[in-house]
Design a binder for this molecule. Structure first.
Ligand SMILES: Nc1ncnc2c1ncn2[C@@H]1O[C@H](COP(=O)(O)OP(=O)(O)OP(=O)(O)O)[C@@H](O)[C@H]1O
Ligand SMILES: [Mg+2]
Length: 236
């Protein structure tokens, strides 16, 4: 059933270990290029899952479909037992804002905003007051080892620091699921491993599930769960 107006109820704070996000039989074709070919995946509350697989196997597409950024051609996506893939654009974007957090390869921080303002953005977009959003952002930056860097602009941060700001930004609104596409792809091995540890620790502190696409097999193997994609399918 299509629902354009229904208000999204936050799932946060429910805890438990049941499925939080489920994708079933997902297909997606770009022109003639099949990116997803019946992909199935289940993410449980508090899960930390690495998605690995060859370039072009559909990892980013799967992430975008699960997060409601990209519509699938067929298949179903459930969040907390509720079907979300058929929602209209307005509730889908509300869902993304409230329930999901995103960390991309190179931060995607707003260059003109300070670290603290960047981290506060999703809260501000969600309707929090500036003082409340800035206080939460400061708290998360502190937890991520960035106390003192609040006023710096993205251009004044190292790659690893910028990714930790992106993590703070992804977590402040307490999402149920954090999606990360190659979050350590632009970092050296050691900084990458530290950044991933910071992400996992912060997610675990809020009981958020984490879904991370990575090319780094060692990093993936260090995560509690790893799934492989090939030819648009999640391997069993
Ligand atoms: N916007 C697009 N238009 C056309 N084809 C696309 C588009 N996005 C992805 N594809 C194709 O769909 C397939 C899956 O792409 P996807 O980006 O999901 O792979 P990936 O596993 O994330 O790869 P990588 O590891 O290189 O990031 C590839 O064949 C890709 O060329
Ligand atoms: Mg990709």
């Amino acid at each position: 059933m299509r629902s354009e107006t229904q208000t999204i109820q936050p799932l946060g704070g429910q805890g438990g270990a049941g499925p939080v996000l489920v994708g079933r039989g997902l297909t997606k074709t770009y022109g003639t290029q099949r990116a997803l070919d019946g992909a199935n995946i289940q993410i449980n509350a508090g899960d930390a899952v690495a998605i690995v697989g060859p370039s072009g196997s559909g990892k980013s597409t799967l992430l975008h479909v699960l997060a409601g950024i990209l519509p699938a051609d067929s298949g179903e996506v459930f969040l907390g037992g509720r079907r979300i893939d058929q929602l209209g654009e307005a509730p889908r974007s509300e869902l993304r804002r409230k329930e999901f957090g995103f960390v991309f390869q190179s931060g995607m921080l707003v260059a003109e905003l300070t670290a603290q303002e960047n981290a506060a953005l999703p809260l501000l977009l969600g309707g929090a007051s500036r003082s409340e959003a800035m206080a939460t952002a400061r708290e998360w930056l502190g937890k991520l080892g960035l106390a003192g860097a609040e006023e710096r602009l993205p251009g004044q941060l190292s790659g690893g620091e910028a990714q930790r700001v992106a993590i703070a930004r992804a977590l402040g609104h307490r999402p149920s699921v954090i999606f990360a596409d190659e979050p350590t792809g632009a970092l050296d091995t050691r900084t990458g491993a530290e950044t991933m540890q910071a992400l996992l620790a912060a997610a675990s502190a809020t009981n958020a599930a984490v879904v991370v696409v990575t090319h780094d097999r060692d990093l993936a193997a260090s995560m509690p769960r790893m799934v492989s994609m090939r030819d648009g399918k999640v391997q069993l």
